[in-house]
Design a protein around this ligand. Structure first.
Ligand code: NAD
Length: 279
């Protein structure tokens, strides 16, 4: 369904970290923010800007400035926010749609984790949120009453075996969001995480058995999995003034998956697969 614009972000400016290609959640969020009237800047690491088609996204989003930064690098983030101040001016929102686990990519089991990869994964997927907020504040680029949203997954609360060390990274990401939320509340700035359903993106498809995880969630969630476009629409509401008293929350955007125990669809599948067990 193509969403019509409600003008929810009219007059607002923001930066989105992490669009890579048309499947990326960050990409869909950028399109939805543009549709709702925001002026945008877009950021990713240099290799991603070369590999992906982010330049095309920037064009579609009204010639949005494309700012290169490794979100784990203090120096690159400091330079990014200095550049952002010149190219876009002060901003109302930040979206963190960044994540990577080399342990997952290389299919290294949790028990025998490679600690260099583990630390790198935490740096990219969680501590980068801390750095982004910190250097935005130090640059004085974030306006009062703004909003910061990062993308999370229910692995932060429950163990999803194939999600490996990203379970840990998401728990840290959500904790950082809460901590900054409490510290920025006196300026009216909210910080939240959105815990999204499994979604077919390049990060998602790196997970072993992703299709099975996707189908399981889809069968359990009463509303079915939330799509990337639906995620983007939800994020827009959190960036808008309509959610100005929502902060320090991890908000599930998962079709009800997080509150569901079992579903008739899953029970039916079990019955058919194990009739002899009398399930
Ligand atoms: N796809 C899913 O099923 C799903 C579900 C819930 C949450 N999420 C989260 O959504 C966010 C976006 O992921 P996606 O699924 O759209 O995949 P994606 O691969 O399209 O996006 C991940 C982005 O992180 C960027 N990135 C990696 N290392 C970086 C670094 N050092 N500095 C800056 N950027 C870096 C990549 O270049 C890429 O653009 C991630 O936080 C992911 O964990 C994804």
């Amino acid at each position: 369904m193509t969403q019509t614009s409600y003008g929810l972000l009219k007059g607002k400016k923001g930066i989105i970290f992490g669009p890579l290609n048309e499947q990326s959640l960050g990409w869909k969020i950028a399109l939805a923010c543009h549709r709702e009237g925001a002026k945008l800047a877009i950021s990713n690491i240099a290799t991603a800007l070369k590999m992906g088609n982010t330049a095309e996204l920037a064009r579609i989003c009204g010639q949005a400035p494309l700012l290169v930064a490794d979100a784990t690098s203090d120096d690159e983030l400091k330079a990014l926010f200095a550049e952002l101040k010149t190219s876009l001016g002060e901003i109302d929102f930040i979206v963190h749609s960044v994540g990577m686990s080399a342990n997952i990519r290389k299919k290294i089991p949790y028990e025998s984790t490679n600690y260099i990869f583990y630390n790198k994964g935490l740096e990219i997927s969680a501590i980068s949120l801390h750095k982004i907020i910190r250097y935005a504040l130090e640059a004085g680029v974030l306006k009062d009453n703004g909003s910061i949203v990062a993308l999370s997954y229910i692995g932060a609360q429950r163990v999803f075996s194939q999600y490996n060390d990203m379970n840990d990274a998401k728990a840290l990401l959500e904790a950082i969001a809460r901590n900054f939320g409490s510290r920025l509340a006196d300026r009216g700035i909210r910080v939240n995480t959105v815990s999204q359903s499994p979604t077919r993106t390049s990060a998602g498809s790196g997970i072993s058995n992703f299709d099975a995880m996707y189908e399981y969630a889809n069968l359990l969630a009463p509303l079915g999995n939330a799509s990337g476009e639906e995620c983007a629409d939800y994020v827009v509401t959190l960036l808008s003034d309509l959610s100005r008293k929502v902060t320090m929350q991890n908000l599930y955007h998962d079709g009800g998956f997080s509150s569901a125990g079992i579903s008739e669809k899953l029970l039916g599948l079990l019955e058919r697969s194990q009739p002899e067990a009398g399930v």
